[in-house]
Design a protein around this ligand. Structure first.
Ligand code: FAD
Length: 411
């Protein structure tokens, strides 16, 4: 069995197959381009100097050894479902009897001119570090210009959970300015959240959305609705109505699509390029290929691109392969909704849980913190994340983890 992608879905599939042993005999190879599995939900904390990059990255080899699977580092560039082989970027080929595709999703710039060149995305560890350095650079430039200088403006594009988390935390960073950057007036640092629609956090209930908006505004985030971006420049964002916003930094959190490379794999694709699967998560018309996580979509039961759907679909794909290997028929996938959460910042979050339970404020924030820390892979990462987030929130504003300045000589 070959599993491509060591994210939530790929690891869940590998775990399910490891659990089926020794009743089900199979060799599992887990392929990922990175030597670590990234915990994307906390990347914004790395980008804003609250966590170290190692806190959200777990070595795939460690996971592989513990679960009795083989790890192969590489980027899959081609999939031949008929010949049952995947090709890696170094030209090598890996054969399979069953395949699980779980390569996730990446930024979608929707073809907006300048967006790819001049805005920061937040899907990988490297992107989080780049963004952290850009933030440090913007603050250092503002400090050089002094209290009468132009300051800095950050535009966050997209009012989904990532945009809201990012904007809320950036606004909170201003509290650290008098200590960390005394030359910069906190009011000279603007955080603008630009949303194309007229609501933030669309999947949440109206009262939770209203709470999130209030909390962002209370932290000084300028929330702009009905704002469609026409172009992103080096230090500005142009809107469809012709007006411009200053933007020393633009963070693109406006939507996802599956990686472009997937189109060449000859598998059926739906909205956002997601691979179309049947009720048992097998790719349509391909009996030996499963797809799971952000990459996959059952058109009859589309699920949001979130961690729980990825874990549950990955696990189901692994279990179905175990069934097929013991000559049992596959079973349909049923999603168990465990609720959704989003955080705005310190002591402010929203949680929409089963049985109509809705939480806001400190209780929701503590629930959010607990779920995220517990869900991290590895006790070391959990311990360091707990320490770093406690430092950030209890010893605020002194706890900024330092980055690099992109333009500094010597890199
Ligand atoms: C900033 C951010 C914040 C988020 N916050 C939340 C949250 O609070 N709650 C929540 O539920 N969800 C959140 N999500 C969504 C959640 O992280 C995703 O839904 C989830 O990671 C999807 O899991 P996956 O396994 O499908 O893909 P991923 O976790 O993206 O894993 C895909 C893996 O495939 C590898 N890969 C990609 N292409 C190739 C290739 N060609 N060859 C080899 N390997 C490849 C990648 O390196 C990666 O390891 C967030 C996402 C982001 C980006």
């Amino acid at each position: 069995v070959v599993i491509v992608g060591a994210g939530f879905a790929g690891l869940a599939a590998a775990r399910a197959l490891a659990k089926a042993a020794p009743d089900v005999e199979c060799k599992v190879t887990l392929i990922d381009r990175h030597v670590y599995s990234t915990f994307q939900p906390l990347l914004y904390q790395v980008a804003t100097g609250g966590l170290n990059p190692g806190d959200v990255a777990y070595p795939v080899r460690g996971f592989a050894v513990r679960h009795g699977v083989r790890y192969r580092q590489g980027t899959v560039v081609d999939v031949d479902a008929d010949k049952r082989v995947v090709t890696l970027d170094d030209g090598s080929a890996v054969d399979f009897d069953y395949l699980v595709l779980a390569v996730g999703a990446h930024v979608n710039y929707f073809g907006v001119p300048g967006a790819a060149e001049h805005s920061a995305a937040l899907y990988t560890r490297k992107e989080a570090l780049t963004l952290r350095d850009e933030i440090m650079g913007a603050l250092e430039r503002a400090a050089r210009a002094g209290p009468d200088g132009p300051g800095a403006a950050v535009v966050v594009v997209g009012g989904g959970p990532t945009g809201v988390e990012m904007a809320g935390t950036l606004a909170e960073l201003r509290a650290a300015l008098p200590v960390a950057f005394p030359e910069v007036r906190p009011t000279a640092v603007r955080v603008i959240l630009a949303e194309q629609g007229d609501e933030l956090l669309a999947p949440f209930r109206p009262e939770l959305r209203a709470y999130a908006l209030r909390e962002l505004q209370r932290r000084g985030v300028e929330v702009r609705f009905s704002t469609t971006i026409a172009e992103v420049g080096e230090d500005f964002v142009r809107l469809h109505d012709g007006s411009t916003l200053p933007a020393q930094l633009t963070v693109w959190a406006a939507g996802v699509a599956v990686p472009d490379a997937v189109a060449a794999w000859g598998l059926p694709q739906g909205r956002g390029g997601r691979i179309l699967v049947g009720h048992d998560l097998r790719v349509q018309h391909h009996d030996r290929v499963f797809a799971a996580g952000d990459l996959a979509m059952d058109p009859d039961h589309p699920l949001p691109q979130l961690a729980q759907p990825a874990i549950q679909t990955g696990r189901h794909a692994g279990r179905q392969i175990a069934r097929l290997l013991t000559a049992l028929p596959t079973q349909p996938f049923h999603y168990r909704d465990k609720g959704t959460m989003a955080t705005i910042g310190r002591r402010a979050a929203i949680a929409q849980l089963p049985l109509g339970v809705r939480l806001t404020g400190t209780v929701a924030w503590l629930a959010w913190l607990t779920v995220h820390i517990v869900s991290l892979l590895g006790s070391r990462n959990r311990a360091s994340t707990l320490l770093n987030l406690s430092w950030r929130y209890l010893y605020w504003p002194g706890g900024l983890i330092v980055g690099d300045i992109p333009e500094a000589e010597g890199g």
